[in-house]
Design a protein around this ligand. Structure first.
Ligand SMILES: [Zn+2]
Length: 106
């Protein structure tokens, strides 16, 4: 991972710590799955699916964990994230330029 100056200020690096602390029980449960790369979407021997079935894991809690996990994956792909952000900025500046030329052309 490239440690670009300024990236820490965006708080992307802190996401991992928070996830581990808040959902340590979910993480522990996921670690008990038969497969280490279990995606918990119907694999045999999935401890998460089993816990959801028996009710020992709250479905809403699991969903919020997955949501946070997605955000963390997104943050981990910082290069892609920055590229998307840069593209957005270019689009915005293009719109601003167009607006400027329209108003000055009067
Ligand atoms: Zn699983």
């Amino acid at each position: 991972m490239i440690d670009t100056p300024g990236m820490r200020e965006l708080g992307l690096w802190d996401a991992g710590d928070g996830l581990d602390r808040t959902f340590s029980d979910v993480e522990a449960l996921a670690a008990r799955c038969r497969f280490r790369d279990c995606t918990h979407t119907g694999e045999p021997g999935c401890a998460v699916a089993q816990a959801l079935e028996t009710g020992s894991l709250d479905r809403a809690r699991w969903q919020s964990y997955q949501k946070l996990r997605t955000e963390q994956d997104f943050a981990a792909d910082s290069a892609g994230w920055l590229a998307a952000k840069e593209k957005k900025f270019k689009e915005i500046s293009k719109i601003n330029k167009a607006n400027r030329s329209r108003s000055s052309g009067k």
